[in-house]
Design a protein around this ligand. Structure first.
Ligand SMILES: Cc1cc2nc3c(=O)[nH]c(=O)nc-3n(C[C@H](O)[C@H](O)[C@H](O)COP(=O)(O)OP(=O)(O)OC[C@H]3O[C@@H](n4cnc5c(N)ncnc54)[C@H](O)[C@@H]3O)c2cc1C
Length: 394
């Protein structure tokens, strides 16, 4: 059998998981090519610890792409510029790649430029440098108004802004400036982690209330005015001293240009196979050998909401896609589809984290359980960092 080529677009959480699973399943004559524009992989989970100071700098949470561990994964250091899903060819900044299979794992891009004033005024803890800048701002904070602002939905890791609010509150308390500070959260969402259902949302609101963090759902920012030091929500203007911001997200524009996105703004995929869909209502497959996983994918759940954007889903989807491609190449029966199970740790400050887990494909909607905060769950969250040693040489 002639060797096949699998091109994986994006060497983030989903792309690297797919590449490593595939390499362990495929014979060496088959090529696995990862197209990634960044020379460094950085684990997003740890950004909150850059903010708190639990991780001192980028070195602790990043690895060079050149140190990818498993032999037989080719890293193309390039920008993917265009994709033709019919011919399965990808144009990159260093040349054109022909693929037998394509796995799109390009993630969601941050779009801070879409909110006037955001880039100038907000400390964006969804980027490592923004998280570090926020730490410095909080270290020197002597009191005033701290706002955690979610500037658009959907966004990566539905729990992260809530964790940020509680970690910030805990840090200010530990520094003895809490009495001089108000902490508030503004978000366009109707409730925290809405996809997990009302009980989880109410539990999170209670956690915020217990910490005297004011929660303002259904607030869509229209502008931040750094001169007047106010955040505008239409006619309402909210004064701030520090804005910890989550910018709006969007799919990489090359996917929209290729006609692969739908009204959700992302790439509709089959919930079990992760193949790209022609029609999310009928689940008609558009491209048999083109898959999308992780944040870039849009999976409609049985309650009509979308599967959240989180690394645990990207990784689970990567495993399913790797097994399906390997089976197709080997001529074996198609393996089991994706089941939509997921979990997350929700840091609440004071060294504690709650734990949410469940079946997101359940009918009539996700069945998610929330376990109360404990030291053990906070410790368990650090196990995500083991991914760095799974994928990279030291
Ligand atoms: C603060 C924070 C905390 C989080 N905490 C958690 C958590 O506790 N648990 C959890 O499960 N998830 C968490 N997440 C979410 C998680 O990081 C993402 O859901 C996950 O990284 C998605 O993986 P992905 O492969 O889809 O996208 P990404 O990991 O974003 O990877 C996409 C890759 O594609 C590359 N790329 C994009 N466009 C191009 C192009 N044109 N050419 C070449 N390369 C390109 C990018 O450089 C990037 O490396 C967190 C996120 C943040 C921001």
């Amino acid at each position: 059998m002639a060797g096949k080529t699998v091109v994986i677009l994006g060497g983030g959480w989903g792309g690297l998981a797919a590449a490593h699973h595939l390499r362990s399943l495929l014979a060496p004559e088959h090529r696995i090519v990862v197209v990634e524009r960044n020379a460094t992989f950085t684990l997003c989970v740890s950004y909150l610890w850059l903010m708190t100071g639990d991780r001192s700098g980028l070195g602790a949470i990043s690895r060079d792409m050149a140190a990818l561990k498993r032999e037989g994964i080719e890293w193309v250091h390039a920008e993917a510029l265009a994709i033709d899903p019919d011919t399965r060819s990808v144009e990159t900044s260093t040349g054109t790649l022909a693929a037998d299979y394509i796995v799109i794992a390009l993630g969601a891009q941050l779009a801070p430029d879409t909110v006037p004033g955001f880039e100038k005024a907000a400390l964006n803890f969804y980027e490592p440098q923004g998280a570090i800048d926020l730490r410095h701002a909080l270290e020197n904070f002597e009191g005033g108004a701290v706002i955690v602002l979610v500037a658009g939905a959907p966004f990566r890791c539905p729990a992260a802004p809530y964790e940020a609010a509680m970690l910030i509150e805990g840090g200010l308390r530990a520094r003895g400036v809490r009495d001089l500070t108000s902490v508030a959260m503004y978000t366009p969402e109707g409730q925290p982690m809405a996809v997990a259902g009302p009980a989880v949302g109410e539990a999170l609101v209670e956690m915020l209330t217990d910490r005297d963090i004011a929660y303002h759902p259904l607030h869509s920012v229209t502008e931040i005015d750094p001169d007047a030091r106010v955040i505008r929500f239409g006619d309402d203007a909210v004064p701030y001293d520090v804005v910890a911001g989550v910018p709006p997200h969007r799919a990489p524009p090359l996917l929209t240009a290729a006609g692969l996105t739908d009204a959700t703004g992302y790439v509709p995929v089959h919930p079990q196979t992760l193949q790209i869909l022609a029609d999310p209502d009928t689940l008609e497959i558009a491209h048999e050998r083109v898959y999308a996983i992780g944040d870039v994918a849009s999976i409609r759940l049985l309650n009509s909401m979308l599967l959240p954007k989180a690394g645990v889903f990207a990784e689970g989807e990567a495993q399913v896609v790797a097994a399906a491609i390997a089976a197709d190449i080997d001529g074996s029966p198609r393996p089991a589809g994706y089941k939509g199970d997921g979990f997350c740790y929700i840091e609440v400050g004071d060294g504690l984290a709650a734990y949410g887990s469940g079946d997101f494909y359940a009918y009539p909607g996700p069945r998610v359980r929330l376990e109360p905060p404990s030291l053990d769950y906070r410790k368990a969250k650090e196990e995500f960092e083991a991914l760095l040693d799974t994928w990279f040489e030291r």
